[in-house]
Every structure is written in structure tokens, then in C-alpha cells.
Design a protein around this ligand. Structure first.
Ligand code: F6P
Length: 532
């Protein structure tokens, strides 16, 4: 099928897809999931290409693997684990069985405990030594940080709980900057770590403990933990009543739907958090039931495969025209690149197509005044993914929102249409002539024919955020199945961790640089001379 797709691509690659985009294409090359519209009309995918892409899904057995995932089968084959983050949002679904036991009672009871704790923090019945909690610090990294940090920003209009801060980096500047803003007597520290061994998180947690201990007698009383490793949370001194556990079949980057979302729940309250879960669950239902050519996660994945594995465009830019989603690109970098950045298929063979793409982006309109130059006129094609809400939350500034929307639509139109040399000449004909006119006009040409997709929705509320995040999760799943890789392990992060542990005594000067390569040894020496 890859070959058929590549052959088809060769026959259409030079076509200007703008010529395809009439009103019927807008209808045929878009799909809806609930209130969300996914438009992929501004791509070079035609009916033949889509049929071939859909065939990829059938050839790869995506439907069976999807059903196996939702049913709790151990599809994370390299770690022998189920992949069941969807169970965390299975609020009114039936039982889900892992190793013969229904996991739902435990999930729902943990959710209830989280709600009770979040409510007590919000209403002051759980207090710090100095009174009602004013600040919550979530200490975690990767999946134990990016999800809740992104979501707390995204749901800022619904944030009516204590201030939330996120510390992730082992760079002391990160935690020092947050601690400066907080009073230990009214701060709750949440240590979020699936494994409770991650060196950055545990180092920051101990720093927070020491900070708290300077002015609070019972420091443990103002700590909570989110982890699968309850023995380790106990050893750290956190009372089991404030430990919220989950199972190893929830991957770190998929974990914000459960205990790792506690900071979000404290920020926006239990009802809004459940609305977020319901949004995710609604996307699950859509993913399980919609035909492939109406299935938004599947189509988003197929567009990704078309651009990356078929056209060879190896990056994609995520551009939310919704400032509340300013951390979405960073969140998606982990979700997509840690999941599908694999060069070996499930059976150990080398991939013969590109692995998952480089994902990057910034909110519009900021990106327009920074890197869009390269997207419009650079030599590479960078497929863009726009997200835009019909309404913001600032009713009195609706005219600004309309300007934002106009900018979003203008960018996808400009990327598609471009500007040819004739039109460019017309722009400067009154200023230049002859060879100078040609030269100046050339700089004003936009090649166009650059693809983008747009995800549009009425407003970013908790339910819609849940839909958006679940959409991207399922897109990653589909792309991973088609590539034949395991999207749920992350062996590629291990080597750096091992070498960092080995380098620590070298940097501290208690061990020499013997055995290190010349470059690393010289860098250590430079940094040591300069006071590391
Ligand atoms: O090193 C990568 C990673 O394992 C991520 O997959 C994970 O989200 C992050 O580290 C944090 O892990 P933990 O939640 O166990 O501290």
C-alpha cells in the first residue's frame, strides 16, 4: 500500500490543490466530532488518495487494535502492559478487565477521593499551617507536568481555586522562581511522578521539603503524591490519605486524566474536571464508532501520514489561534514525539519509512511575527495545523477575537494560494522598473500550495479541551499502528539518563574524565574552570 500511495503521490505532486477546493470539497474533506469541525480540504489529498490511505488502516488492522486497546489487551508489547488511559475517562462506561479483574471500581473510587481532596483544598477544610491553601506547586516532569500545566492554562477562565505553579526542570532557577512567590505555610506541594524515581522530580521534591521545613513544623502534612509507587511515596513521608495512585497501564504522557490531573482539579473544581473527562470520553465514542472517512482522529492521522511518510514533509507545526492553548505544542511534542519517535517496528525490524514527525509550534498570532516567514517562503514544506475557537471568553473584546479568527483563516488561505510572480510584480510596479522590478518582485513571491488543516470549535471549555486532547491521543495511536511501532514505550530516553548519572561525580570533581571522549572532557574542564 505504501508503494501505491507513493505512486499516486507522484501523479498528483505537481498539482495546485487550490484548484480542487470548491464548496463540495469543503464538505467532503471535512468531518465533525460533536461540535468540533476538522477541515482538511486545504491539502493535496483527493478521493483516490484518501481511499488508499483508508486502506492503510484496514491493512494495519487499526480497528482490531483499537478495540484491543479499549478492552485492556497488553498492546504495549515491549513492556507487556495494557494501554488504558481511556479507562480513566470511562465515567459511564461498563467494566474494563485487566488480568481478569475489572479496573473501573478502583479508578472511580480514586476519582472520588481526588474530588474530595480537591474540594477540601478549595474550600479551606484542608489547610496549611498558616491557613487556607493559597498556592499549589506541582513538581513533576514530562507527562507528570506537561498535561496539567497545559490544561491549567487552557482552562484559565474556569480557574477559581488556589494559584497553581509547575516546577519541572532540575535547573534550580525553576524551583527557586516558584518558591519565591509562595508562603510555605499556605502552600500545598504535589509530587507527581509515576515512578517516584525521576531524578529531577525527586531532587526538586527534596528542595521543596527543605524549604517547607524552614517555617512549617509538619512538612509532610502539606505534601501530596501522585504515583504508581505507593511504597516510595510512603518512604518519602507522605501520608497515604494524600497519595493518589494509578496503574502502570497509564503511560506518563497519557496520565493527565487521572491523579496526575489533581492540580487541574484543584484549580477548576471537580465538576469542570469531570466535564474534561466527559469530553475525552465523547472523543473515544466517536473514534470507536465513526466510519474511517468520518472519523476525525483517523483522518488527522491519515493527513499526518500523507504529509510525513508519503510526501516526506518531516515536521508539522501546531498553531493554536487560541492563546489559552499556548502550551499545547509543548504538550504535543511529548505526546507525539515520545510516542512515535521510534525507528524499529514492533517485531524488531528497522522502519523503512520516516518515524513520527518533528512537532513544534506557538500560538497565533505570535508565530506570524516570528517564524511564519519560513513557513511561507522557506524551501521546505511545513504542514500546519491550526486550531481556532469561534468565541473567546472575553465578551467585551469580541472584536479582538474576530481579528484573531481572520488572521487564522488568512494564514491557511495564504499558504494555499501563495502569490505568483505576476501578482508580485503588480505589488511593486509603481516603485521599480526593468531588472530591479524583476529582482524586487521575486522576493515577494509566495510559492503557495502549502497544506494545512484546521480544527475549529465553538469555545474552549473543559469538555472541548477533553475532546481535543483525546483527539491527538488517538491520532498518535493510529499513526503508530500504521507504522507498526509501539507508541507506548520510550526506551530512547534511557541512555541520556544513564550517562547523566555517571557524569554527575565527574562534574562534581570527585571522579576524573578518564574514558570520556575529548569533547566531553574539554567541556567538563571548561565548566569546572568557570565554577561548576
Ligand atoms: O524520561 C521520560 C519519562 O519517563 C516520561 O515518559 C515521563 O512522562 C517522565 O519521564 C516522568 O516520569 P515520572 O512520572 O515517572 O516521573
Amino acid at each position: 500500500m505504501w508503494n501505491e500511495l507513493k505512486t499516486h503521490h507522484n501523479t498528483v505532486a505537481d498539482r495546485r490543490f487550490e484548484t480542487l477546493v470548491d464548496a463540495s470539497r469543503a464538505r467532503d474533506f471535512s468531518a465533525q466530532a460533536g461540535d468540533m469541525l476538522f477541515d482538511y480540504a486545504k491539502t493535496n489529498i483527493d478521493a483516490t488518495g484518501r481511499a488508499l490511505l483508508v486502506k492503510l488502516l484496514d491493512d494495519a488492522g487499526v480497528a482490531d487494535k483499537r478495540d484491543a486497546m479499549f478492552a485492556g489487551a497488553p498492546i504495549n508489547e515491549t513492556e507487556g502492559r495494557a494501554v488504558l488511559h481511556t479507562a480513566l475517562r470511562n465515567l459511564d462506561g461498563g467494566p474494563i478487565t485487566v488480568d481478569g479483574a475489572d479496573v473501573m471500581p478502583e479508578i472511580l473510587s480514586t476519582l472520588d477521593r481526588m474530588s474530595e481532596f480537591a474540594t477540601s483544598v478549595r474550600d479551606g477544610s484542608f489547610a496549611g499551617q498558616g491557613g487556607k491553601i493559597t498556592d499549589v506547586i506541582n513538581i513533576g516532569i514530562g507527562g507528570s507536568d506537561l498535561g496539567p500545566a497545559m490544561a491549567v492554562k487552557a482552562l484559565a477562565p474556569y480557574h477559581d481555586g488556589p494559584r497553581c505553579h509547575f516546577v519541572s526542570n532540575v535547573d534550580p532557577a525553576d524551583i527557586a522562581g516558584v518558591l519565591r512567590q509562595c508562603d510555605p505555610a499556605t502552600t500545598l506541594v504535589i509530587v507527581a511522578s509515576k515512578t517516584f524515581t525521576t531524578i529531577e522530580t525527586m531532587t526538586n521534591a527534596r528542595t521543596a521539603q527543605a524549604w517547607m521545613g524552614q517555617s512549617v513544623t509538619d512538612t509532610g502534612a502539606q505534601f501530596a503524591a501522585l504515583s504508581t509507587a505507593e511504597d516510595k511515596t510512603a518512604a518519602f513521608g507522605i501520608d497515604p490519605s494524600r497519595v493518589f495512585g494509578f496503574e502502570d497501564w497509564v503511560g506518563g504522557r497519557y496520565s493527565m486524566w487521572g491523579p496526575i490531573g489533581l492540580s487541574l482539579m484543584i484549580a477548576v473544581g471537580g465538576d469542570a474536571f469531570r466535564a474534561f473527562l466527559r469530553g475525552g470520553q465523547a472523543m473515544d465514542v466517536h473514534f470507536k464508532s465513526a466510519a474511517w472517512d468520518e472519523n476525525v482522529p483517523a483522518l488527522l492521522a491519515l493527513v499526518g501520514i500523507w504529509h510525513n511518510q508519503i510526501c516526506g514533509y518531516s515536521t508539522r507545526s501546531v498553531l493554536p489561534y487560541d492563546n489559552l492553548l499556548s502550551r499545547l505544542p509543548a504538550y504535543l511534542q511529548q505526546l507525539e514525539m515520545e510516542s512515535n519517535g521510534k525507528g524499529v517496528s514492533m517485531d524488531g525490524a528497522d522502519l523503512d519509512v520516516n518515524s513520527g514527525p518533528v512537532v513544534w509550534g506557538e500560538p497565533g498570532t505570535n508565530g506570524q511575527h516570528a517564524f511564519y516567514q519560513l513557513i511561507h517562503q522557506g524551501t521546505r514544506v511545513i504542514p500546519c495545523e491550526f486550531l481556532v475557537a469561534a468565541r473567546g471568553h472575553e465578551d467585551d473584546l469580541h472584536h479582538q477575537h474576530q481579528l484573531l479568527v481572520a488572521n487564522c483563516l488568512a494564514q491557511s488561505e495564504a499558504l494555499m494560494r501563495g502569490r505568483d510572480l505576476d501578482e508580485a510584480r503588480g505589488k511593486v510596479a509603481d516603485k521599480f522598473e526593468g531588472a530591479e522590478l524583476e529582482r524586487q518582485a521575486k522576493h515577494r513571491v509566495f510559492p503557495g500550495n502549502r497544506p494545512s488543516v484546521t480544527i475549529a470549535y465553538p469555545q474552549l471549555d473543559p469538555f472541548m479541551l477533553g475532546q481535543i486532547i483525546a483527539l491527538y491521543e488517538h491520532r498518535v495511536f493510529v499513526e503508530g499502528v500504521v507504522l507498526g511501532i509501539n507508541s507506548y514505550d520510550q526506551w530512547g530516553v534511557e541512555l541520556g539518563k544513564e550517562l547523566a548519572t555517571a557524569l554527575q561525580p565527574v562534574v562534581e570533581g570527585t571522579q576524573g574524565t578518564d574514558g570520556k571522549d575529548g569533547s566531553t572532557a574539554a567541556l567538563v574542564s571548561f565548566l569546572q574552570k568557570n565554577g561548576v
